[in-house]
Design a binder for this molecule. Structure first.
Ligand SMILES: Cc1cc2nc3c(=O)[nH]c(=O)nc-3n(C[C@H](O)[C@H](O)[C@H](O)COP(=O)(O)O)c2cc1C
Length: 148
């Protein structure tokens, strides 16, 4: 198993935190929220994962800001997200930024996450129950492919 650090931000319903925890459980990766990452020494890790919920079509600003703090040049990285729709194309902007910073993007993962933002609240939200056990199993498989 390669040594892996997962950095994430999750505030809406803790959806992305569930993914990060499942990934850590399956791979032995360390996980840190963006608020607790300042003193992390990236050189200790062979792979870094960046994940958050999606707001207005992009990863949370907090995650992007945290990512910008680090020198990711030459690092193997992966990206993940949860969103109301689960659209993996939402990962594209962060992947682009990472590539521009010289990182090697080795994977991308996305799934649905319970969403009560804006008008969705009125109808009880969308993607209720997500991430579900299938989503978490897929996330575990994904990280095992990255780290073994
Ligand atoms: C301010 C805001 C904006 C959002 N924008 C989108 C969006 O553009 N597309 C989408 O599919 N989901 C959107 N969502 C839903 C969240 O991405 C989804 O609920 C996600 O799983 C939340 O992750 P978290 O619980 O880890 O914070 C939005 C949610 C919030 C609160």
């Amino acid at each position: 198993m390669k040594k892996c650090l997962i950095i994430y931000s999750s505030y809406h319903h803790g959806n992305t935190a569930k993914l990060a925890n499942a990934m850590a459980e399956a791979s032995g990766a360390e996980i840190r929220t963006v608020d607790r990452v300042q003193d992390a020494d990236l050189d200790q890790y062979e792979i870094i994962g960046f994940g958050s919920g999606i707001a207005y079509g992009k990863h949370y600003d907090k995650l992007t800001k945290a990512m910008n703090q680090f020198r990711v040049q030459g690092k193997d990285v992966f990206v993940f997200s949860t969103s109301g729709t689960g659209n993996i194309n939402y990962n594209a902007a962060l992947i682009d930024l990472l590539k521009k910073s010289g990182a090697s993007v080795i994977g991308s993962f996305a799934c649905k996450g319970y969403d009560t933002f804006g008008p969705f609240k009125l109808i009880g939200g969308v993607s209720k129950g997500h991430p579900n056990s299938d989503d978490l199993a897929a996330a575990k498989k994904f990280i095992q492919r990255m780290t073994t």
